[in-house]
Write a protein that binds this ligand. Structure first.
Ligand code: CA
Length: 506
């Protein structure tokens, strides 16, 4: 039998736990060169105790307390999820605000991409016709029309990259004037005005719905209303949508890619199906790419409130000023309240897959998650569904659920998406390229036709964080220019939009 060198990954010198790196895990009795011996088998990505831990002792990973020992934990044993108590989240009224703002990193000059300039000054990475909808009632009709447009009209306009039906489950049967309704409505407005749709959608409305086109887009679009007297039957409705689409396609097909500085990129970062490697491989590599993008003048947004909440004390000091720090605290407090109203808290975030992947709780998950944010100053904070205007690192508040976060990042204006995953997901979006980065090589090898970048090489020393970060940065510039494709686009894996509606349904 081949002998395998046992390997664990310790992130910070203060850590008293480490995670097993070997893909098959390690058996009881394994001896490490440092003298540590495993008292029991430990699976890959799961934690082992580096010293004896007394009951109540702090368990430290990433240099931070991720919980306290429930009972004694002997050196060399497997630190299972149930042995780690969940500590309280950092108090929001005692955070250091803008106390340690990172100095700007040296600018990166000369990086460009080929994009589509829009009248509002934004730049698209794709040239798509978007057909927005005010209400779910019209969604299947629009999807029917889009299939016909793709088959019968789009081939005549090769300068257009595609046609996207922007369908959703909102628009009627909701308390449209309740405070929470502002979020889905502005989300739909900002997605309609997305840079990859030329900044102007075609809108299909039913007619009697609560969310009228004027309210959704403030009068800024062509509208086809299915209940209008002129449409006699389904065939005429579809024909009206197709005529309006052809007019828009003729305009869009005149557009050509031009060279823009990398500062016009708006990159949304998120993770899904995280594991204990996410915070040491994929997320730090993405964080390094985030720093490169910020140095090139781009906008980089991270999101997912419940995956930031337990690391917020590491982020408020990095806010560029008190206003930005307070806005971050405001979004955390809003979400605490939102979860509280549903009799839940941040501990509801972790999934069975997270736990199988070695994550004991939301604190450990959050500490790994925020590595995506790199090291630069936090320049702005936006509420869910708002458009991001700032350059540099931005926190765009969203729930952590992948499709909801992706939808809100689209509304924020992202024109590229980077998605890190430990357990794996075939997730993708129709409107922007989605680059999937695996935290482990085993996943990249099992899913070679779904994972775009393997960051698992960092755990084994086959690549450095900087190397993988540079690879992601270069790949983003290529994809933004319409060169190459992600695996999600290769297979046409485009998840449905999922609106965040904290308002009541009637
Ligand atoms: Ca997520």
């Amino acid at each position: 039998m081949e002998t395998v060198e046992p390997l664990y990954v310790r992130v910070h010198q203060r850590d008293n736990v480490a995670i097993v790196a070997n893909p098959e895990g390690l058996p009881a009795g394994t001896s490490f060169p440092c003298g540590l011996e495993l008292t029991e088998a430990v699976p890959q990505a799961h934690k082992l105790a580096l010293c004896d831990l007394a009951p109540g002792a702090a368990i430290v990973r990433y240099g931070e307390v991720i919980g306290h020992a429930q009972g004694s934990i002997a050196r060399g044993s497997w630190v299972r999820e149930e042995m780690v108590s969940l500590p309280p989240a950092p108090a929001l009224d005692q955070l250091p605000l803008a106390t340690s703002v990172p100095a700007p990193l040296p600018p990166l000059e000369g990086y460009t991409f080929e994009g589509f300039g829009n009248p509002d000054g934004t730049v698209g990475t794709r040239n798509l016709l978007g057909i927005a909808t005010t209400v779910q009632c019209v969604a299947p009709t629009v999807e029917h029309a889009v299939r016909r447009i793709q088959a019968e009209i789009l081939p005549h306009y090769p300068g257009v990259d595609g046609v996207v039906a922007i369908t959703h489950t909102y628009g009627c049967g909701v308390a449209i004037d309740a405070p929470g309704a502002a979020i889905p409505i502005r989300t739909l407005r900002n997605i309609g005005l997305h840079p990859n749709l030329g900044g102007e959608p075609l809108v299909v409305s039913l007619g009697c719905e609560k969310l009228q086109p004027s309210r959704m887009l403030e009068g800024r679009a062509d509208v086809v209303r299915l209940q209008d007297e002129e449409h006699r039957g389904f065939a005429e409705m579809v024909a009206a949508i197709m005529r309006a689409a052809e007019k828009r396609l003729a305009g869009l097909s005149q557009r050509r890619r031009r060279t823009f500085p990398a500062s016009e990129l708006v990159v949304g970062l998120q993770c899904g199906g995280s594991d204990a490697f996410s915070g040491v491989t994929a997320n730090p590599a993405v964080g390094y790419a985030a720093d490169l993008l910020v140095r090139a003048g781009a906008t980089v947004m991270f999101s997912e409130v419940t995956e930031v909440r337990d690391a917020v004390h590491l982020l408020t000091p990095r806010a560029v000023n008190l206003d930005v720090a307070r806005a971050l605290v405001r979004e955390m407090a809003w979400y605490d309240d939102y979860l509280g109203r549903g009799s839940a808290d941040r501990s509801a975030n972790t999934t069975p897959g997270n736990k199988r992947g070695g994550l004991a709780n939301i604190v450990e998950k959050a500490l790994g998650s925020v590595a995506k944010a790199g090291t630069t100053a936090l320049m702005a904070v936006t509420a869910p569904g708002e458009r991001v205007r700032a350059k540099g690192l931005v926190f765009a508040a969203t729930p952590a659920g992948d499709f909801v976060c992706g939808t809100l990042q689209l509304a924020a204006g992202m024109n590229l998406h980077v998605f890190t995953t430990g357990e794996g997901t075939p997730y993708g979006l129709a409107m922007v390229p989605v680059v999937k980065v695996s935290s482990r090589t085993a996943l990249a090898e099992r899913w070679p036709d779904l994972i775009d970048v393997d960051a698992g090489r960092i755990a084994t020393g086959a690549a450095s964080i900087e190397e993988v970060g540079c690879e992601i940065f270069r790949l983003l510039l290529e994809l933004a220019s319409g060169r190459g494709e992600t695996w999600a686009d290769h297979w046409g894996l485009h998840n449905a939009l999922a609106l965040f509606n904290p308002g009541p349904v009637t």
